[in-house]
Design a protein around this ligand. Structure first.
Ligand code: CAO
Length: 488
């Protein structure tokens, strides 16, 4: 994919302060390129406390955070793969176990290039190795046993009970490898729905997101951000790293569960806050308060109202008639209210008792935002951003996926990466959004189906050639993958 030189999302910096901020953002170098001196030699601890020896290698050149951690990756679709991809980016050796001939179902979903793994799959499975294995066969279980004994973590997001049905109960795993961490994503935690299968939008609805998203007079809405799947994958990754940390002390593994309902509810924490505030009166920062619409007994949908204590709304900018993203999120933050008044040509509001203080403005927020919109509509969203940032007013231009894909600073920081793939060619992906200064992420393409079967059987699991022949003859690993040839 061609990289455009023009940076669509970077505002033209007219004002000095804004320009300083923009340049700082755009010139941020990927951590990999930052040359830093090796840390100074540690001095002997005078206190007698034993501090582990510090690495003398330059920053970023002493491996990765999770080097030495091996993951048996039994994940599929989005939630689990998000988690194991993050762990792989931090250096874990992630071995993805896939069903022979089929693999992760997303390989073939939403395909855009014929006979090539879909973007759905490739963008969620970077830096992993793939082994095909029929886990329900005798020889497959023989391989799995050795994988369990060799790996530190098993991650899965099968339907409830599927792992047990395979024969991989917690007790069995723990007997084989007491140090193993077994991490699962499930739709629901223990309770009436624990046996249900769950997809992204089911979780958004069951976790409180949909009931609080959308406009008051419209139906509940799901969001574009995959808070059920990717959000829960993130939660699970944290649980795994914590379990590994505790294992350092206890020497034993443990089970880690992240349910999608719990994950979404955690992300909707502020809405449960509002639920409780309702018992003490109306939610005054919600625009429905100013519109004299009574509140019900549950947190309502708040349109584009801000979730925090600073009222905000999405306002039209120049070009909104034809460009669906010519909008900006504007926050009437109390400490910069006077600057806002000056900027929008309403200096008299600074002293008007109806507008000067936040409580006075709450009943008339609609009018406040309508007035500000008259001003934002005279400029593009980037011009509004420049003008506001120059006086420290936080605003959010509504950036399209096209604008983000073309944003040079995101390329430079490694947040948007271009990856090459043997069967589909070059594509864009989102790189590691979490930057560690001493563990540099290199985004490597996703594996082809069963691409590493032989390598894992021989080099990782140390099966002999005769044993490998036996395993293969049983059909446990499926046909020799055609995709492998394409890769070479
Ligand atoms: N060899 C042999 N069998 C395998 C295998 C392998 N390598 N890998 C998987 N299977 C089997 C499983 O054992 C299971 O068999 P049983 O039903 O006989 O036990 C079968 O494949 C199907 O697994 P599944 O039930 O997990 O898959 P599904 O497509 O029916 O359901 C999903 C998918 C996502 C709804 C379900 O896995 C689920 O609810 N997961 C937990 C929540 C979750 O992560 N959801 C996020 C999905 S992304 O939006």
């Amino acid at each position: 994919m061609a990289t455009k030189k023009k940076t669509a999302a970077r505002p033209k910096a007219k004002a000095k302060a804004a320009s300083r901020k923009v340049v700082k953002l755009a010139s941020r170098k990927p951590a990999a390129k930052v040359k830093a001196r090796a840390p100074a030699k540690p001095k002997a601890a005078a206190s007698g406390i034993k501090i582990p020896k510090r690495s003398m290698k330059p920053w970023g050149q002493d491996g990765k955070a999770l080097d030495g951690v091996r993951i048996l990756d039994f994940t599929h679709v989005q939630s689990g793969p998000t988690c194991t991809q993050l762990l792989a980016w931090f250096g874990a050796d992630v071995i993805k176990v896939e069903r022979p001939g089929i693999g992760d179902i997303t390989r073939g979903q939403l395909m855009d290039v014929p006979n090539a793994d879909s973007l759905y799959f490739t963008m969620l499975n970077h830096n992993k190795r793939s082994i095909t294995l029929d886990s329900k066969s005798k020889e497959g279980m023989r391989v799995l046993e050795r994988l369990v004994k060799t790996c530190d973590v098993l991650v899965e997001n099968f339907a409830p009970g599927a792992l047990d049905r395979m024969g991989l109960t917690w007790e069995r795993i723990h007997t084989w490898n007491p140090r193993m961490v077994v991490a699962s994503v499930k739709g629901f935690g223990p309770g009436p729905y624990e046996d249900c299968k769950v997809y992204e939008n089911v979780a958004q609805c069951a976790g409180g997101s949909a009931s609080t998203t959308g406009f008051r007079d419209g139906p509940p809405l799901v969001t574009g951000a995959q808070i059920g799947d990717s959000g829960t994958g993130l939660h699970l990754a944290l649980g795994i790293v914590c379990a590994l940390f505790q294992r350092n002390r206890t020497g034993r593994g443990q089970r880690v569960l992240a349910s999608m309902q719990d994950g979404v509810l955690n992300l909707c924490r502020v809405k449960l806050r509002d639920q409780q505030r309702l018992a003490h009166g109306p939610l005054k920062e919600y625009s429905q308060y100013g519109e004299n619409i009574p509140f019900g007994d549950a947190t309502p949908r708040a349109g584009n109202d801000s979730g925090g204590g600073q009222p905000g709304w999405i306002l039209k900018c120049k070009g909104w008639e034809t460009d669906p993203n010519a909008y900006i999120y504007f926050i009437t933050q109390a400490p910069v209210w006077e600057k806002i008044c000056d900027l929008i040509g309403k200096p008299e509001w600074k002293t008007d008792p109806d507008y000067a203080k936040p409580p006075a403005r709450l009943p008339r927020l609609r009018h406040v935002f309508d007035t500000i919109e008259q001003w934002t509509m005279t400029m593009t969203k980037f011009e509004v951003m420049n003008a506001c940032n120059a006086v420290d007013i936080p605003v959010g231009p509504i950036l399209s996926m096209k604008e983000l894909a073309e944003e040079q600073s995101l390329r430079e920081s490694g947040t948007i990466v271009e990856v090459d793939h043997p069967t589909r060619g070059k594509y864009l992906s989102v790189g590691n959004p979490i930057k560690l200064s001493d563990s540099i992420t290199e985004v490597k393409r996703s594996p082809l189906l069963g691409e590493h079967t032989d390598e894992i059987l021989s080099k990782v699991l140390k099966f002999t050639a005769a044993e490998i022949a036996e395993i293969k003859a049983s059909g446990a690993t499926g046909e020799a993958p055609k995709a492998k040839m394409a890769a070479e």
